[in-house]
Design a protein around this ligand. Structure first.
Ligand SMILES: C[S@@+](CC[C@H](N)C(=O)[O-])C[C@H]1O[C@@H](n2cnc3c(N)ncnc32)[C@H](O)[C@@H]1O
Length: 367
């Protein structure tokens, strides 16, 4: 409003062309200087990735900055120009995506995420030729122990795992540990190497359904009696890693864009980020991971982080189930005790994450 008022009182000044922030948002947005909340990532690996993708004819990369959120320090994607709802923000040729299955096997060679991890090692990381070919992408992936490494509960020791207390999450982490152990033995690779590769795949690969209609994701989710989303018909899926787009972080409550496949049936198909609402320059580009309605149990299990808010948690707790904790007083500590412990555990990131998970769920019980 201020910008529009200033424009009308300064006769002759063209409000709408006063900034080069792009096509989006109307007078107000176009004349307001963007507020940036990130520090651009100027590392050599990121610059190499951008060069590589430009040479492969990726489009719209200038609409996006890879950078670090100034509040959280988390690396992500930030919009450099206003975007309208429905606009394609950037697109990457499908040739630049790393399939984690043999295309002739319809996803049957990767029934679990641990198999996806094993295929990643076999097809890319430990294959000399492909490792060289894909190095501009592989070099941008988090390393174990780096800032971007956000371990999932299957990295926890037995005692730490029990501190999570929520039976469904503990059970899933145990299953993942077992899965990794089994596949590592089958394929003759080290469990440690496979655990990390499995984390990479689980936390950054996109699952594409081979048979579902394109709009299936937009339908209302259905829940089973434990409050978990039903994966309809357990369709075959393949996992793909999509450079650049896999830098997008998650928002449970306010995603502003989504992954879209353009011309999937054609030879020159694209993976794109599409704005699902108007986005102003400077904002972080955030998508919705997984089923789109994942509770914090799934987000921690598959991606290793606890979201700052998540409306799905209340629904999940209300649905309950015998592997959930039905009431706030079913936990061994109170919410306040966990908050105090969080304050006191500043130099223990593992315990901090465990406590943030407990607090997240405890704050979600309907009172
Ligand atoms: C697909 S990657 C996104 C890019 C990643 N931040 C990076 O720099 O490589 C998923 C990882 O990003 C982080 N992440 C995504 N969304 C997040 C959120 N809302 N809060 C905290 N971390 C998040 C987690 O570490 C997660 O494992």
């Amino acid at each position: 409003v201020d910008a529009l008022a200033a424009g009308t009182s300064n006769k002759g000044r063209k409000v709408s062309s006063s900034k080069s922030t792009g096509g989006g948002g109307g007078f107000g947005a176009a004349s307001k200087a963007p507020t940036f909340i990130h520090t651009p990532d100027t590392s050599e690996s990121t610059q190499n990735l951008l060069q590589f993708l430009k040479a492969q004819k990726a489009k719209g990369l200038d609409n996006v900055d890879i950078g670090f959120h100034q509040g959280t320090g988390v690396r992500g994607l930030f919009c450099t120009t206003n975007m309208k709802q429905g606009q394609i923000i950037c697109r990457i040729p499908s040739d630049c995506a790393l399939a984690l299955s043999d295309p002739n096997k319809n996803g049957e060679d990767a029934p679990t995420v641990a198999h996806g991890g094993s295929n990643f090692l076999e097809m890319y990381w430990n294959n000399e030729q492909n490792k060289r070919l894909w190095s501009p992408y592989l070099d941008t992936l988090p390393k174990q122990g780096s800032e971007q490494f956000d371990p999932t509960p299957d990295f926890l020791g037995e005692d730490e795992l029990m501190l999570l207390e929520f039976p469904r999450l503990i059970q899933r982490a145990k299953e993942r540990k077992e899965q990794v152990g089994k596949v590592a033995a089958e394929k003759g690779i080290s469990e440690e190497e496979l655990r990390f590769a499995t984390w990479l795949v689980s936390s950054r690969a996109f699952q594409l359904s081979l048979s579902a209609p394109a709009n299936e994701k937009d339908e209302m989710p259905q829940y089973d009696d434990r409050g978990q989303v039903i994966d309809k018909a357990q369709k075959k899926t393949i996992r793909v890693m999509v450079p650049f787009i896999d830098m997008a972080n998650h928002s449970s409550d306010q995603p502003n864009c989504k992954l879209t496949l353009i011309d999937p049936e054609k030879d020159d198909a694209w993976f794109a980020l599409e704005a699902t609402r108007p986005i102003s320059a400077g904002k972080e580009l955030v998508i919705s991971y997984g089923s789109g309605v994942d509770s914090s149990v799934e987000l921690l299990m598959d991606y290793g982080f606890v979201p700052s808010s998540n409306r799905i948690d209340s629904i999940m707790l209300e649905k309950g189930g015998d592997d959930a904790i039905a009431k706030l007083d079913g936990w061994t500590t109170t919410l306040d005790e966990d908050k105090t412990m969080l304050e006191m555990s500043r130099d223990d990131p593992v315990l901090q994450k465990i406590l943030r998970f407990r607090i997240r769920l405890k704050e979600s019980y309907k009172r």
